[in-house]
Design a protein around this ligand. Sequence first.
Ligand SMILES: [Zn+2]
Length: 78
Amino acid sequence: MNCKICSKLLQEYLENSISEELISELNTHLKECRRCRIFFRTYSLTVTLSQRIETPCCVSSEKIKELTSLLHERLFPK
Ligand SMILES: [Zn+2]
């Protein structure tokens, strides 16, 4: 497990579902890696918030996607 795989899995984990096995691998990596923890926390918060707001008054879902990918690029530069 590395950060790149981890960040991809986190997105899948939050958007769909991944196997138990992968979840436990994710958790192991998250325990060791601060960067992924920050990403996970911020990302899950963003997803939760965007789901909770039915009609966002100032933030569109495109904007949220934009912000998330920005965060992703910051944390995991290519
Ligand atoms: Zn990591």
